[in-house]
Every structure is written in structure tokens, then in C-alpha cells.
Design a protein around this ligand. Structure first.
Ligand code: 5RP
Length: 221
């Protein structure tokens, strides 16, 4: 058992028969999906929506029934990882590039459980570079505006020497804020910028955090 596994497995305890569940993305969410999949194999009846193509594939491997958003108005529960969690349960997400779908799923869920190994717990967000999803059209202008507004290092994310493309066909800029003293204010500012599709700050969205430790213990906040 490792810390991510401990958190992911524990959060699966909150999944009940009949629920519509949002499945997160990343190496911690992997364990939650694995455990939910095991429970489905034992007769748990749920339906799910995945936050990335990768998680959708994983859910299919575990025979977790997937539905389309048009089939439900709201999810009962979403479980997802985070890159940082501060003392007010504000999050940085999007290290895996799935922030847009992750936020859509989280805000449209009655309950949003964050799963995190203990290293993700921080007093202030900002050490982890904040992912900001940009519309590809004229992204250079949006990037320039971001750099002028904040005067911090902001780099376009790449993969194999090419600009990284999200599951939604957008680009990601990663911004090294250092310390984000007011996540709510920054969240609103970024959201108001033309060319920014979404950003990885999740403020006042998480209902609960399940923290995992290497010895298999978990703590619920
Ligand atoms: C993906 C995410 C992930 O939840 C976040 O990056 C944490 O990933 P991991 O569980 O692999 O540490 O936001 O977009």
C-alpha cells in the first residue's frame, strides 16, 4: 500500500449503490477507479462519467458502466486527485491536463471528495505551477497578457517537443506563482480573461479531503 493507494481506496468507501459517480484523473484517481471497479465486479450498481480519455479507458477495463452527461442532471459524488490542497481546502489541479473536465464534473456533483497523498497538503497554494488552459487561437496573445498581468514565469506545456493538447483540443500554460495568497481573487481574474478556457484553481468546491500516508493510514478532513 502506498499513500496514493490508501487515499484512493478509502474514498471508494463513499460510493453507494445507485450513485452516479464522477471519476477523476491521475495516479491517485487510478486507485479509486481500481477499487470502485473491484466493487462493481462484486455487484455494486453505479453509473459513471470519466474526466479524461485515460480514466474512461480505465473504467471500461473495470466494466464500470459509463453514461453521457445528457443522461443525468447532476452527479451524486465525484472523486479526484489534486496537485496541492491548502488549509481552506482550495486546490490546484490540472497537473495531468484534465482540469476543464475535472472542474465541470466537480461543480456538477452533490459531493466532491479530493484524494491526496500527504505531500500534497500545503499551507498556501503556488509551489506547484498553476495550469491555465488556453484556446489555441491566438494563444500567444493570451500568454503575453498573462505574463504582463502577473510578471511571474509562465511557460507553455509541451510533450515530445510539441505543444501539449488537452482532451478538449486546447493548450496549457503553467504559471509559477510561488505563493498564491488569495486563490479566490486569482481564480476570478483568470476566469475573466478572454482566451483562458479554465484554470486549475478549485476554490470552495471540495467538500472533503481524504489524505493518504505511506503506512496505509488515511485521514479525512
Ligand atoms: C489531473 C489532475 C490530477 O488530479 C492531479 O494532477 C493529481 O495527480 P496525481 O494523483 O497523479 O498526483 O488534476 O488533471
Amino acid at each position: 500500500m502506498n499513500a496514493k493507494q490508501a487515499a484512493g481506496y478509502r474514498a471508494a468507501d463513499w460510493v453507494e449503490d445507485g450513485m452516479i459517480v464522477g471519476l477523476g484523473t491521475g495516479s491517485t484517481a487510478y486507485y479509486a477507479i481500481e477499487k470502485i471497479g473491484e466493487r462493481v465486479g462484486q455487484g455494486l450498481k453505479i453509473k459513471a462519467i470519466a474526466t479524461s480519455n485515460a480514466s474512461e479507458e480505465l473504467a471500461k477495463q473495470y466494466h464500470i458502466p459509463l453514461i453521457h452527461a445528457s443522461e443525468v442532471e447532476q452527479l451524486d459524488l465525484a472523486i479526484d486527485g489534486a496537485d496541492e490542497v491548502d488549509s481552506n481546502m482550495a486546490l490546484t489541479k490540472g497537473g495531468g491536463g484534465a482540469l476543464l473536465r475535472e472542474k465541470l464534473v466537480a461543480i456538477n456533483s452533490k459531493q466532491f471528495i479530493v484524494i491526496a497523498d500527504h505531500s500534497k497538503m500545503v499551507p498556501h497554494l503556488g509551489s506547484f505551477k498553476l495550469p491555465i488552459e488556453l484556446v489555441p487561437f491566438c494563444y500567444e496573445w493570451t500568454l503575453g497578457q498573462l505574463r504582463r498581468n502577473y510578471n511571474v514565469p509562465i511557460e507553455m506545456r509541451t510533450r515530445d517537443g510539441e505543444l501539449y493538447v488537452t482532451d478538449n483540443g486546447n493548450y496549457i500554460a503553467d504559471a509559477a506563482f510561488g505563493v498564491i495568497s488569495d486563490p479566490g481573487k486569482l481564480s476570478q481574474e483568470l476566469k475573466a480573461m478572454t482566451g483562458v478556457v479554465e484554470h486549475g484553481l478549485f476554490v470552495n468546491i471540495a467538500d472533503m479531503v481524504v489524505v493518504g500516508y505511506e503506512d496505509g493510514r488515511t485521514e479525512v478532513i
